[in-house]
Design a binder for this molecule. Structure first.
Ligand SMILES: *Cc1c(COP(=O)(O)O)cnc(C)c1O
Length: 414
């Protein structure tokens, strides 16, 4: 858990190419390959940078049982943002008393489930970012542990669609927090102030991110003073990024730890964090086979069997994912566009990017697919979702079998 020695970044070139070839032959493509040892290392490196903090893994980045049980085994607690995530965390062995549930516009069934879970397991904490959600919890008879999600008015991160810190959808506006705190302190056990301001924060975003954290910490201090409540924790959420581009440096975690503590300042509460992406992103890659190559006057188009149904981040967030020719990494690089079999021009993984010249049947790897990768996979074009294999201590095992068309149609009727 105090592992500070693992490499801070893992590039595609660091994956064992022979083994990737064998896995693709054995399990077919597209295939998700998860390295649970790397998940453990990432969690260890993160925790080591925050020795006195409470580190929870944000499950929504990758809710696979293999990931959750690896992290539980490594000593992590889990933050869940939906009923299904709570259920899967419990299935993976989490003690409900240690779970934190972040309610964002929660459906009725989620409020019911979380309230019941909290009644049965009083250690559960529910975080809410709307007065109305607290009212709904109270109406359901819940009076247990709660935290207030604050909107600091600053969002940070790699894309507008993940910068939650200034979006009115997330959190209570700063100036309303002390009043709300005084109000709900009578109705619940108010234990924390929470914020999650963005995602994909790298070294260059650190100033903004720390300004937001400073603001949240000030709100927590004000709340403690004005509402005379004794808080247990200040939770600054996740958002810590990994380098997706080959030439980007990784976050220097000891600097991050220092900067965050500085931004939080003097406070008599425990610091809590909820990393998602940082823990899983570089622990997984996707293997995909080249189907078709087309040369035109303007482009070389490499058609692969992965698509936006396999990995939607490029289509949804314009995300860059590294791509490597695993079969022939040493061939001369040529600018190519790589895309899948879906009938939309959004189904491209890269455009005119230099890659060791792919040939038909070559195996390509798409890197950094562990966070919001399988989690956002879908069945567009009636494509069953891929299998996922885990590598652990040199052994491999299937942790998610490949779906069949039956899995896609099972829930249908005429
Ligand atoms: C998504 C989310 C996280 C994790 O964000 P990352 O950018 O993956 O670290 C943490 N906390 C909350 C409340 C979230 O919604």
């Amino acid at each position: 858990m105090t592992d500070q020695t693992s490499p801070p970044v893992r590039r595609l070139a660091d994956w064992p190419h022979d083994r990737l070839e064998r896995l693709a032959d054995e399990h077919g493509t597209p295939l998700y390959v998860l390295d649970t040892d790397r998940v453990r290392e990432n969690y260890g490196r993160f925790s080591a940078a925050f020795p006195d903090a409470h580190v929870m893994y944000a499950a929504k980045a990758h809710t696979g049982q293999a990931v959750l049980s690896t992290l539980l085994d490594a000593g992590a607690d889990i933050e869940c943002a939906a009923r299904g995530e709570l259920q899967r965390a419990i299935q993976a062995g989490a003690d409900p008393n240690t779970l934190q549930y972040t309610a964002v516009n929660p459906p009725k069934a989620d409020v019911e489930y979380a309230a019941q879970l909290g009644e049965d397991h009083p250690g559960l904490t529910i975080t809410a970012g709307a007065r109305d959600t607290f009212d709904r919890l109270e109406a359901r008879g819940y009076d247990g542990r709660v935290a207030i999600r604050v909107n600091p008015g600053i969002g940070t991160g790699h894309h507008e669609k993940v910068a939650t810190g200034k979006d009115a959808k997330f959190g209570i506006p700063a100036e309303q927090v002390p009043t709300l705190a005084a109000d709900i302190a009578d109705r619940f056990d108010l234990v924390g102030i929470h914020a999650h301001v963005g995602s994909g924060v790298l070294q260059g975003d650190l100033d903004d991110h720390c300004t937001a954290i400073e603001r949240v910490a000030n709100i927590a201090r004000e709340t403690t003073r004005e509402a005379s409540v004794g808080l247990e924790f200040l939770d600054i959420g996740g958002g810590f990024g990994v380098p997706y581009r080959e030439d980007e440096p990784p976050l220097d975690m000891s600097e991050v730890g220092e900067r965050v503590r500085e931004a939080v300042g003097d406070m008599d509460v425990q610091l809590a964090l909820e990393p998602g992406r940082y823990v899983v992103a570089d622990a997984e890659c996707i293997l995909t086979r080249v189907n078709t190559i087309k040369e035109t006057d303007t482009a070389t188009v490499v058609g692969v069997d992965a698509s936006l149904a396999t990995l939607i981040r490029p289509a949804m967030f314009d995300s860059y994912h590294p791509i490597r020719n695993v079969t022939a990494p040493d061939r001369a690089p040529e600018p190519v566009s790589v895309g899948g079999p879906c009938c939309t021009s959004a189904d491209v993984f890269c455009t005119d990017r230099p890659i060791a010249r792919p040939e038909r049947t070559d195996l390509l790897a798409i890197g950094n697919a562990g966070a919001y990768g399988y989690e956002l996979a879908n069945q567009f074009h009636s494509q069953p979702r891929p299998a996922e294999v885990a590598i652990e201590a040199g052994e491999t095992r299937v942790v998610r079998r490949r779906e069949t068309l039956d899995d896609v149609t099972r829930v249908e009727s005429n």
